[in-house]
Design a protein around this ligand. Structure first.
Ligand SMILES: NC(=O)c1ccc[n+]([C@@H]2O[C@H](COP(=O)([O-])OP(=O)(O)OC[C@H]3O[C@@H](n4cnc5c(N)ncnc54)[C@H](OP(=O)(O)O)[C@@H]3O)[C@@H](O)[C@H]2O)c1
Length: 328
């Protein structure tokens, strides 16, 4: 097998494509021949040792991938060689093969493309848990999605629409906003440059003065406070991530004045602590995929050899949706 190996925590430039012995799955494990892997934001941080999960060196990065089961270890009954599957973990996906715990493998239903399977559970699982479970989003409500052009943002846009909500998609450029309108956003807001100062007025105008019922925030930083100040009475502000780099602080009186909730979202722990609920969510998502209500927005599909280009594009906010790397 081959893998992009991280031998130091000096970032993407130090990754090297190396030949390794193909590992045999032990009890409770499976070996997957990887067809496609997608980049998620934590992959940017893991290779710099800045993510909360720190795999021991050396490791291959890549937290989400899809392919076919090649071999199964003792005691694995529900997965068989040849089955199409997706897998989520902290690392291992930017390679030709990976051995993973059978419990982290998600069988893909018939008709689920492997490139979509490699770009699905992480982002759609997070956004479903956030909007449907944590925010209890209701049909007819208005959702503001910040960072709407990103991986979790595009998933949030589609899930909110599938749930019957109105979506205001917010992003940092006119180009991204135009793409988000094509993807079905009811309205868009450009918060780039001068746009930040006008954010509150725009949200007021778009909601008839009421403000968004739910705000989905994977960006944080300077966007958070003006967004929270715009939230509707009884609004729910979803704390999803801090792609902007800064963890914002909020004056607590704002929550009091709006009767609003600040709601934390941690999909990884939700999967670990509430596996049955997480499985039900994934089933609903797979159903919506089969009905055509959801489709991963794949900005580009690149050969696995182009991993460093993919990292550079994601790190510089050039991606709309997801980047997928494939083994040719
Ligand atoms: N809580 C959870 O369970 C959970 C699960 C998955 C992901 N997350 C978090 O959610 C965040 C987004 O993840 P993702 O995979 O969707 O990432 P992504 O695809 O890179 O999207 C992030 C978006 O954030 C915006 N952004 C603003 N400032 C940025 C900056 N300085 N650098 C990069 N992007 C910036 C960008 O949009 P504009 O250019 O339009 O601003 C970009 O589209 C990350 O913080 C990730 O860790 C949390």
């Amino acid at each position: 097998m081959h893998a992009w190996l991280c031998t130091t925590l000096d970032g993407v430039e130090s990754l090297t494509w190396q030949a390794l012995p193909t590992p045999e799955p032990q009890a409770g494990e499976v070996r997957i021949a990887i067809r496609a892997a997608s980049l998620n934001f934590p992959d940017l941080l893991t290779v710099q040792g800045k993510y909360q999960v720190k795999p021991p060196l050396p490791f291959a990065p890549g937290s989400e991938f899809a392919g076919t089961v090649e071999a199964v270890g003792e005691g694995v009954a529900h997965l068989k060689p040849g089955m199409p599957v997706a897998a989520i973990g902290s690392h291992g996906g930017f390679a030709t093969h990976a051995v993973v715990a059978a419990g982290s493998v998600i069988p893909l239903p018939p008709g689920f493309a492997l490139t979509d399977g490699a770009a699905f559970a992480f982002t759609y699982g997070t956004s479903h848990h956030a909007l449907i479970d944590r925010a209890q989003l209701q049909p007819g409500e208005t959702v503001l999605v910040l960072g709407a052009g990103g991986g979790v943002g595009t998933a949030a846009l589609q899930i909110a629409k599938a749930a019957g909500a109105k979506v205001i998609a917010a992003a940092s450029s006119a180009d991204k906003c135009a793409r988000l309108a094509e993807l079905g956003a009811d309205a868009t807001v450009n918060y780039g440059g001068e746009g930040l100062a006008a954010l509150r007025d725009q949200l007021k105008a778009l909601t008839g003065g009421k403000g968004p019922d739910v705000i989905y925030d994977p960006v944080g930083g300077e966007l958070a406070e003006p967004a929270f100040r715009s939230i509707a009475w009884r609004g729910r502000y979803l704390v999803v991530g801090f792609a902007g780099g800064q963890i914002p602080a909020l004056p607590w009186n704002l929550a009091l004045l709006k009767g609003a909730s600040v709601v934390g979202v941690f999909w990884g722990d939700f999967v670990r602590r509430e596996p049955r609920a997480s499985q039900q969510a994934l089933q609903q998502l797979a159903g919506w995929y089969a009905e055509g209500k959801l489709k991963p927005v794949i900005d580009q599909t690149l050969p696995m050899s182009e991993l460093k280009t993919a990292y550079a594009r994601m790190g510089s906010r050039q991606v709309l949706g997801k980047l997928v790397l494939v083994n040719l």
